[in-house]
Design a protein. Structure first.
Lengths: 538, 330
């Protein structure tokens, strides 16, 4: 089926029965559509990563460094000493199997090594063999196996078939978080120069230009100017969008796809319109032109290296506090890691909304507020006016992004905003939203074209829930607050449930927002509002 | 295969005790030395494992949030599933440990024609696991009566509650029945659910058989073969007072029971059974989600190579100036 077009009936024909052979005896199969291309050498060199070389996962010989085994075992020892999470998760799993059918990749592929428990066992078996008494004495009987090149290949395959979405962790009686294990696995792989291009090249770009796409400062300005022009076309209003402005009150950091990707861009227009309307004193930064952080998908160290620019730029520009745009993994880093790795942000002030006076107590240390928290507060205080009917051409559902749902818990803010800005909103079934939300299947840096089959499989549970509300309520718009969702879900929707478009929550805001002096006939995509298209023909 | 090995291992253990006590009369070995040794291994091993976990730091605060965060005052936060302070984190942990809330949440996904995935409720594992653990706990507490004289009131109360139905003589303890049924269920699901069988190791079957063996030998000696209970109490009080003496004539069934218990104690610290201690140390559950309100400190946070603004501007100064972007150095 190499070059055949994938068919949904084919992909949905899933066999959940595990093979008869013991999993340790099943060798990894690296086949087209289920793995990601290795990182190009230039990117790895730019980041001073070890053992960058030309290699192909489909070859037998991965050209591992001579002392690869020593590197992995030493790395493993090091990580066990650094992370209690990792150590505890290596030891306490009882293999009850509650996590098995919670993983979107398992549900979409039926491959038992995509059951979170077995994904973790891939690493645990090596841990047992080399770090536990029982494993050393009883070997396979204790669930231990020797570290071989095949094990490394298996890790490469399955730690890049996990999107670090943490859904399994919700159901685990001990909270064992496969994301944590995958992170350690990837960190070890990268020590052998086994990184993938879709992670390491954006990371290198981000390190150099401040954003994953490698957009240079003048390019950033062009994009923003373009957006300002577009907004003028759609609303009749020319907004200000300051860049690198010293002394602004707020630094606004977005994922780079927001000003470069489609449909992210329409939400970006929404931000600009909103900030104009409330008269916010803010600035973008070309240096901190990315809130997303592909370093998280590489290692804790890379995450820190890429994240450092945000506080550095807030300090240089002399802002009081920071707002962050719609993004998933970006917010995992900002919420759970940034203050720890690059704080304390004692040079900033505790965030207070200049419009409503609300103190964002929950962000008083990190000093960074999620745009949905900020906007929900504005709406609650009646500081903005909406005409919901301008979103009547959309029948809306909302996809909670994994990392903001399970690594933060921002569930009701976006729903409040959506309900305030449109008339037709229907949530998907309860086992597929909020903390039980299903991943898009492309997160954590594996949203590549070469990995499409796996992405479609991983996106199947999500798409299936969308299909449910599409059939029941006619949903035609899937909103979300994640740049990766917006970039990758369109392909997943087209495949499983055609006719559903993607949008950021702030696109709905931008559409419904009543601006002083506006002249509007259509939405931020340049489409006519519902009813307007009839009038034109009259 | 792993299940057979595990069963075989437990049978072997029973044989060892049978031969050791029944034919070679090694009462002191099986009645005093091995129990003391096992208990010592348990205590030291348990501590060792806990300390080993504890010395690894918690560099990041990474709770899995399972509900609405505490953010704006008018939005109702889910205190239990997304605790924002130590108090609610303790409640979350307590309910997790005492009632297995995460397992309670479980669903069973099913792929149907369409294709359509449905998520049904499934409470079997939760119910089986909870029954097993609670029965085990109550049985252990009941056994406390062997170690003190007079027997404390709470143990007597527990006994009378456990024997509430007043069936048989001696009275049948509900927990005795429950633990056998629950352990059997846990075994049966391990064997019959293909995915669970696929992931099951020797180390998953062995403790089940071991605990099952302990339960069965315990039941046999209480209800069927009968043993000299006062002699048992003499022995157990002897352990406690460090004047151990192994009286003869207790009955072989007691020694089989005791030996399996000893093996369980000694095996415990080196096995997955350590989830008893580990659950309290799981950073995905035992931390509050107040990351942005209260800074978490990573003890090994080290400086990394970053790209500074100065380096950035040096590379892009010309294009920035052309684009009318402000620069630090002209």
């Amino acid at each position: 089926m190499s070059d055949e077009k994938l068919k949904s009936e084919q992909l949905a024909d899933i066999d959940y029965n595990p093979p008869s052979k013991d999993w340790m005896d099943v060798k990894p199969v690296i086949k087209k559509g289920t793995f990601n291309y290795p990182a190009v050498e230039a990117s790895e060199k730019y980041l001073d990563l070890p053992f960058s070389r030309k290699w192909d996962p489909r070859d037998d010989d991965w050209k591992l460094p001579e002392n690869w085994k020593e590197i992995v075992l030493k790395g493993l020892k090091d990580l066990l000493g650094k992370y209690r999470s990792f150590k505890v998760f290596m030891d306490i799993c009882v293999r009850c199997g509650a996590c098995a059918d919670k993983c979107h990749f398992y549900l979409g592929s039926g491959d038992p090594k995509n059951m979170p428990v077995l994904r973790a066992e891939l690493l645990r078996s090596v841990y047992r063999n080399d770090f536990t008494t029982a494993g050393k004495i009883f070997g396979k009987l204790a669930g231990a196996r020797e570290l071989t090149e095949d094990v490394i290949k298996e890790w490469f395959l399955y730690f890049y078939q996990c999107t670090e979405c943490r859904r399994c962790s919700v159901f685990c009686p001990y909270g064992i978080d496969t994301a944590e294990i995958t992170m350690m696995g990837r960190e070890l792989l990268n020590k052998l120069g086994l990184g993938i291009d879709w992670i390491n090249t954006p990371a290198a770009n981000c390190f150099r230009t401040g954003n994953h796409l490698g957009i240079q400062p003048h390019g950033f300005k062009d994009s923003v100017d373009f957006a300002v022009d577009d907004l003028l076309d759609f609303t009749g209003i020319r907004v200000e969008a300051p860049i690198n402005k010293k002394g602004a009150e707020i630094l606004f950091v977005v994922p780079s796809a927001d000003y470069f990707g489609d449909p992210h861009y329409f939400g970006f227009l929404g931000y600009l319109a909103l900030f104009h309307e409330i008269g916010l004193d803010y600035t973008f930064s070309t240096f901190a032109s990315e809130g997303g952080n592909f370093g998280l998908f590489h290692s804790a160290e890379m995450m820190k290296r890429l994240n450092a620019k945000i506080y550095a730029e807030a300090r240089r520009l002399g802002v009081k506090w920071i707002i962050g745009g719609e993004c998933g993994h970006m917010w995992r880093v900002l919420h759970q890691y940034m203050d720890t790795i690059n704080g304390p942000a004692d040079f900033l002030e505790e965030p207070v909304s200049p419009i409503t006076g609300t103190k964002f107590e929950n962000a008083k240390s990190t000093k960074m507020v999620h745009i949905a928290e900020f906007t929900a507060d504005l709406i609650k205080h009646n500081k903005v006016k909406f005409d919901r009917s301008r979103n009547d051409h959309w029948i809306v559902t909302f996809h909670d992004s994994c990392n903001t749902a399970r690594g933060m818990g921002i569930l009701d803010e976006p729903r409040y905003i959506i309900r305030s800005t449109c008339n037709n909103f229907y949530d998907m079934p309860e086992n597929t939203i909020r903390e039980q939300t299903f991943c898009c299947g492309s997160g954590s840096g594996i949203g590549t074209d070469e990995n499409l089959e796996m992405r479609l499989r991983g996106g199947f549970p999500r798409a299936n829930a969308v299909k449910y509300v599409r059939e029941k309520h006619g949903v035609n718009l899937l909103t979300c607050m994640c740049a990766i969702d917006k970039a990758t879900l369109p392909a997943v929707m087209d495949f499983w449930v055609p006719g559903v478009e993607l949008a950021g929550v702030h696109e709905l805001v931008g559409n419904a927002l009543i601006m002083k002096g506006e002249k509007r006939s259509g939405d931020l995509r340049g489409q006519p509002f519902k009813g307007e298209e009839v009038k034109e023909h009259v | 295969m792993n299940a057979f090995y595990a069963l075989f291992a437990v049978i072997l253990l029973l044989l060892v005790a049978w031969v050791g006590v029944g034919t070679v009369d090694l009462y002191s070995l099986f009645g005093i030395i091995i129990p003391y040794l096992a208990f010592t291994i348990f205590i030291l091993g348990f501590l060792y494992r806990i300390i080993k976990w504890a010395i690894s730091p918690v560099p990041f605060r990474i709770p899995t949030t399972c509900g609405q965060q505490k953010s704006l005052p008018w939005l109702k936060s889910s205190k239990l599933d997304n605790p924002h302070n130590a108090f609610w984190t303790i409640i979350r942990m307590a309910l997790e440990v005492l009632t297995f809330r995460s397992l309670f949440r479980s669903t069973r996904a099913e792929l149907r024609e369409g294709p359509k995935i449905t998520y049904g409720d499934t409470k079997w594992l939760w119910a089986g696991g909870l029954a097993f653990h609670w029965a085990f706990l109550i049985i252990i507490l009941r056994h406390y009566r062997f170690f003190v004289e007079p027997v404390p009131a709470f143990v007597l109360y527990l006994q009378s509650m456990d024997g509430l139905f007043q069936i048989g003589l001696p009275v049948l303890y509900i927990t005795d029945a429950v633990i056998v049924v629950a352990a059997s269920y846990l075994f049966v699901r391990r064997v019959f659910i293909p995915q669970v069988r696929y992931i099951s190791l020797f180390a998953d079957y062995f403790p089940l058989f071991l605990i099952g063996g302990i339960a069965v030998t315990g039941i046999l000696m209480r209800y069927f073969t009968k043993i000299d209970v006062s002699a048992v109490k003499e022995l157990t009080l002897g352990w406690i007072n460090f004047k151990p003496a192994a009286p003869e004539g207790i009955g072989i069934m007691f020694y089989l029971h005791l030996f399996l218990v000893s093996v369980l104690f000694a095996y415990f610290p080196f096995s997955k059974l350590m989830h008893l201690g580990g659950i309290f140390l799981s950073p995905a559950r035992n931390l509050a989600n107040n990351n942005r309100a209260k800074r978490h400190v990573n003890p090994w946070n080290y400086d990394v190579k970053v790209h500074t603004y100065e380096e950035y501007e040096d590379e892009f100064r010309e294009v920035m100036k052309e684009a009318d972007l402000p620069v630090e150095k002209e």
